[in-house]
Design a protein around this ligand. Structure first.
Ligand code: GTP
Length: 285
């Protein structure tokens, strides 16, 4: 299907995806599956959170499956129940189409969307209470290309949510925090699913630093003050304008501090996701 030698492969793939996204789904039994897409900047702690949160949920006797959607993942801290790498091989794409790693990842993400029915079939065969879906570190692959929003809409007819991971050590700097807010808002605009914010790696920051970031997320004035106090150039002024612009959208960035190392905050995360997915019901069939 993909004759990629002329560099037009990605457009071809996108067209294929567009066609498949308008197709009606095959008739058949549909199982209720809640899906949580874990999205965030590279290295923000998505995979380790998927590992620790899935363990936590299993310990409370919830039936969880893990879906790995990162075709470029090499080592993962969990055993995926359904794995995009079973459907698409980055190394093969690089070799066959003479692509670099990024081109191959883009192509792989688009090809993965063509295998949505098979992956959904694997999930439905098990019928979990819900699915934790780990997404690529290159956030644009899942959130901003055509395949990601298609995938997130079509993988389940039931409730879905995005768990956006904010790296706490990275977010200590208010400029970094604003960049992350902007990205998070852009992800919401593309995926349009309820979005929950986990402030990750809290074991690596002090309580004071943590309180400050949580405050910035809730109160724009505090964030503006922090940016104004940032020494330097016009960068912080631009960041302030960006923060105000994001705030004016009305999006709420309440964050839940968590650590995948100590398991701190996982109870609160569960409660928040439960509310987002079910309006307060237990996450059980
Ligand atoms: P990509 O898929 O490459 O974008 O990474 P990711 O977002 O899945 O992050 P990952 O879970 O691989 O974590 C990145 C690094 O941070 C790893 O070295 C983890 O061990 C570390 N890490 C993740 N969560 C925590 C945490 O809660 N505490 C500490 N101390 N380290 C963490």
């Amino acid at each position: 299907m993909f004759s990629a030698s002329d560099g037009l492969h990605i457009a071809h793939v996108s067209q294929d995806i567009s066609r498949s996204s308008t197709n009606s789904r095959p008739e058949g039994r549909r199982t209720r599956i809640f899906v949580i897409f874990v999205v965030g900047m590279a290295g923000s702690g998505k995979s380790l959170l998927v590992a620790s949160f899935s363990e936590f949920l299993r310990s409370t006797e919830q039936n969880v499956m893990i879906l790995n959607l990162d075709p470029g993942a090499t080592v993962l801290p969990y055993n995926p129940d359904v794995d995009v790498r079973a459907y698409v091989d980055i190394d093969e794409l690089m070799e066959k189409y003479k692509l670099g790693p990024n081109g191959a990842l883009i192509m792989a993400s688009d090809i993965a969307a063509d295998h949505l029915e098979e992956m959904r079939g694997e999930l439905e065969a098990e019928g979990p209470d819900f699915v934790l879906a780990d997404t690529p570190g290159q956030i644009e692959l899942f959130a901003f290309r055509e395949s990601g929003p298609y995938f997130s809409n079509a993988i389940s007819e039931e409730s879905k949510a995005v768990l956006y991971t904010l790296d706490a050590p990275f977010c200590r700097n208010p400029m970094n925090f604003v960049s992350n807010l902007f990205l998070a808002a852009a992800v919401y605009a593309r995926l349009r699913q309820p979005q929950i914010y986990a402030l990750t790696k809290t074991d690596l920051v002090s309580d004071e630093e943590l309180d400050r970031v949580v405050e910035w997320a809730g109160e724009i004035e505090q964030l503006e003050n922090a940016l104004e106090a940032t020494p330097g150039d016009t960068g912080s002024l631009i960041a302030r304008d960006l923060a105000v612009a994001v705030h004016s959208t009305g999006l709420v960035f309440e964050t839940i501090p968590v650590s995948a190392k100590s398991n701190a905050g996982l109870l609160e995360l569960n409660a928040s996701l439960t509310r987002a997915l079910t309006g307060g019901e237990e996450l059980r069939p």
